[in-house]
Design a protein around this ligand. Structure first.
Ligand code: SF4
Length: 479
């Protein structure tokens, strides 16, 4: 006999009432969230409202709201209104909260008022991973990614953008004025109506021009000559696609290469990664609890001072040098074609000559030694080497650090593949969870809190996938 699986009649009474726990399997991830939050010392982490007020309406314990948020961020429900709805209808959330369903304002206020504590909870999870000895490899990949802010591109102004838009408005005013002149020379009802319409348009464009002038003053007064009207901390940033950009934040993450856990993260509104290497590497070193760390990053992080700062802190950076040699681009020898001899402190050029030290100077805060030879004028390769009378090669006083790094990179050609596979994984996952949308909160402080929730959710889900639910619960209780 052919048949389907039959559901129960919803009006059928059940003899033995089922309990909520029956709906949540032993392998359900919410059990990990429950165990993790229950093991936290919320007072030490700095959460508000641990002690209930003696008077007034009873409040929700912070652990309930923290569980709701962790569950929400793991399940792509970051909005407080959607979390309120889910708390009323989602069996897993009912199990997690004991059927408590705070209103969206209470949920939103918790995130708003407990930023530092939420960020400390995220760090606490990484500490727990460290105690479980998950960071034995001591290798971290550092990367940055741009995330959209709650700020449309039209509501972000730089001098150049403003200038362009003012020119557009001026051109429109000119066009309407000449149309108005033509309309004024015509007679009849139609011409009058047209003239009135054009006057309205001109008035509204002039009004817009006044607003742009006021914005121009604000842009000039801003330290970085840029303002965002909806989220004042958001900044216009270029992204990897040519000619594309977002108004948003630059999220930095250090990811351990063994388990792909985010060990340290930071949100900045600086559009490039050049000054982030040592901060992120030291953050990863502290979070992983290692004295010596290998930090891998892409060319965007190459900055001599940052690499030196890493070395001083016990971090061995692996960052390829950007290919920015002007001479090489013009088809002439680049600096990489000259070989340095540290024993004699000279360079050997492609023409077989020796370039010796000539003088030193300071450029952009870096002490540079200049090397040269008098043999260039008679050299057969001169046209491939320099347009000047003699070729000069500059060397930073700490360039040995950069040479040692390049040697390490040459010995480990798979490094950049490891970096890509490691650092881009969490960003890809978190962005897929966020969908096509952006951060939900505004200003740097709140965005930092939101990112910590994303990172905590990612790490918790990743760890559960690695260990399994029950071993993870035991690990959380033991750590
Ligand atoms: S031009 Fe000068 S530095 Fe260049 S290859 Fe000839 S000798 Fe060497």
């Amino acid at each position: 006999m052919k048949r389907f699986v039959e559901g129960e009649d919803r009006r059928q009474g059940v003899l033995l009432p089922e309990c909520l726990d029956d709906f949540v399997a032993e392998e359900n991830q919410v059990r990990v969230i429950e165990a993790f939050v229950d093991e936290l010392d919320l007072t030490a982490l700095g959460f508000d409202g641990i002690t209930p007020a003696a008077t007034g309406r009873p409040s929700y314990h912070p652990s309930v709201l923290l569980k709701i948020y962790i569950y929400g961020y793991i399940n792509q429900i970051a909005s407080s209104r959607r979390l309120e709805r889910e708390a009323r209808r989602n069996v897993e959330l009912m199990w997690l909260t004991g059927r408590l369903a705070p209103d969206f304002k209470t949920i939103a206020d918790f995130r708003k008022d407990n930023g530092p504590a939420i960020r400390a909870t995220c760090r606490r999870f990484v500490e727990m991973c460290r105690r479980l000895n998950l960071f034995a490899h001591a290798v971290a990949a550092i990367d940055g990614s741009k995330f959209k802010a709650v700020n449309a591109r039209d509501k972000n102004f730089t001098r150049a953008k403003l200038q362009k838009r003012m020119e557009q408005v001026e051109a429109s005013i000119e066009r309407y004025l000449s149309a108005l002149e033509t309309a004024d020379r015509q007679e009849g009802e139609l011409a009058e109506a047209k003239s009135a319409r054009l006057k309205d348009k001109i008035a509204s464009l002039r009004d817009q021009m006044r607003k742009f002038k006021a914005i121009e003053v604000a842009v000039d007064a801003a330290p970085d000559k840029q303002i965002s009207l909806t989220d004042p901390d958001a900044r216009s940033m270029a992204t990897s696609g040519k000619g594309t950009g977002v108004v948003g934040y630059n999220v930095q993450a250090a990811v351990d290469t063994q388990h792909h856990l985010i060990v340290a993260h930071e949100v900045t509104n600086i559009g490039n990664d050049r000054s982030q290497l040592s901060t992120m590497a030291k953050g990863a070193q502290a979070a992983m609890g290692v004295r010596e760390l290998t930090a891998i990053a892409d060319r965007g992080y190459f900055k001599s001072e940052e690499i030196l700062a890493c070395e001083a802190a016990g971090v061995a950076p692996l960052v390829p040098k950007p290919l920015t040699s002007g001479a090489k681009a013009d088809g002439r020898f680049g600096k990489q074609d000259f070989v340095y001899d540290p024993g004699e402190d000279v360079y050997r050029c492609p023409g077989g000559q020796t370039l010796t030290w000539r003088h030193s100077n300071v450029e952009e805060g870096l002490t540079l030694h200049c090397y040269g030879t008098t043999k260039c004028t008679a050299c057969a390769l001169k046209s491939k080497c320099t347009l000047s009378r003699e070729r000069r090669v500059k060397r930073w006083e700490h360039e040995a650090v950069l040479d040692a790094m390049q040697e390490r990179l040459d010995r480990a050609p798979e490094t950049m593949r490891i970096r890509r596979q490691t650092a881009e994984h969490p960003f890809g996952t978190i962005k897929a969870w966020m969908g096509a949308t952006h951060f939900l909160t505004r200003t740097l402080e709140k965005v930092r809190t939101e990112m910590s929730l994303h990172v905590l959710a990612y790490n918790l889900k990743r760890m559960t996938a690695i260990l399994g639910v029950q071993p993870m619960i035991q690990a959380v209780r033991a750590a």
